[in-house]
Ligand binder design. Structure first.
Ligand code: PHE
Length: 339
């Protein structure tokens, strides 16, 4: 038995010394010192020993246990230290390195101005409404009094999904959708994306933004239209802005006008920026056509209204002196970081 104990001690120490990871060490600990371990197995046989032998073997067994325990402890500490060193080596932090900066996104120039436009109209008591970009022919054309043979309905200008469904070419369908849902007095703006089958160049993009506006009430006149838009332009561009109304034609307004703002660069004299015109066109507008009111179940004898459509890109380009519409959609951070 004495021999057996010596052997266990030898073997345990040798294996512990060769052990290189903590998991294996734990297994060795159980193998030698555990309840079902080798040492316990020997001690269970103590009963067979003589009275004289028992204390001798008992003492030896305790010594062996103590030695193994000591070795397990030392080895555990060594391996833990080694593991820690390795971890520190692999996770080395250089506290003198500059910190990682997280770049915050910011508002797109179109969004900056769009938010401002919304704010101006909210201040005048308008609601902001939203509608679909994939639209029915009925709302985009038919109900807006745009006849079947109108050039805008040509596939050259409009992206069709099928005969009845298209990508809206203007935000004006929101006039119809709103009048179907609300009773006068109505005061809304409807901002959003619109699509036209245009080739991309410095001033044209197949995707752009409009802000539709509409007021329907009793006794609404062209003077209200002009006053509202003048207030809008002055809020956006400053008190000294000057606008003019030019006669125009839209099938869904009568009379119709295009509204220009005096070139801020040359004050009407004509320069490169306004292409010699002295004025920059920024929106279309007019008194809502009686046919359009009727289609929506609003009596044109009782009510009248005005509508307008602002091109967002154009006012943003003017605002930030941006000379190419493509910059808005290229996602070039060097451009976007300037706002
Ligand atoms: N929808 C017209 C366009 O896209 C603009 C407009 C809106 C004109 C409302 C009159 C009234 O050109």
């Amino acid at each position: 038995m004495k021999q057996a104990l010596e052997q266990i001690k030898q073997a345990a120490i040798e294996q512990l010394e060769n052990c290189t990871d903590l998991k294996a060490l734990e297994e060795l600990k159980i193998k030698y010192l555990g309840k079902k371990g080798e040492l316990t197995a020997i001690l269970k046989q103590m009963g067979k020993l003589s009275k004289e032998e028992r204390p001798v073997i008992g003492q030896l067994a305790n010594e062996v246990r103590a030695t193994i325990e000591e070795e397990v402890k030392t080895r555990t500490e060594q391996l833990q230290q080694k593991a820690l060193e390795e971890q520190l080596k692999s996770e080395k932090i250089d506290v003198t390195m500059p910190g990682q900066t997280f770049e915050l996104g910011k508002k797109h120039p179109l969004t900056i101005v769009m938010d401002e436009v919304k704010q101006i109209f909210l201040g005048m008591g308008f609601d902001v409404v939203d509608g679909p970009e994939v639209e029915l022919d009925y709302y985009n054309f038919e109900a807006l009094n745009i006849p079947k043979d109108h050039p805008a309905r040509d596939t050259q200008d409009t992206f069709y999904i099928n005969d009845n469904v298209l990508l809206r070419t203007q935000t004006s369908p929101m006039q119809i959708r709103t009048m179907e849902q609300r009773k006068p007095p109505i005061r809304i703006i409807a901002p959003g994306r619109v699509y036209r089958s245009d080739a991309l160049d410095a001033t044209h993009s197949p995707v752009f933004h409009q802000i539709e506006g509409m007021v329907v009430d009793k006794n609404v006149t062209m003077a209200d239209l002009k006053g509202t838009l003048e207030l809008f332009i002055k809020s956006l561009y400053g008190e000294d802005s000057v606008i003019r109304l030019r006669p125009h034609h839209f099938p869904f307004t009568e009379p119709s006008a295009e509204i220009d703002v005096m070139c801020y660069n040359c004050h009407g004299k004509g320069c490169r920026l306004c292409k010699g015109e002295g004025w920059i066109e920024i929106l279309g507008a007019g008194m809502i056509h009686p046919k359009v009111l009727s289609v929506c179940g609003i009596d044109p004898e009782e009510y009248s209204g005005f509508a307008f459509g602002i091109g967002l890109e154009r006012i943003v380009m003017r605002r930030f002196a941006i000379d190419d519409i493509r910059l808005f959609f290229e996602n070039d951070k060097r451009f976007l970081d300037q706002f």
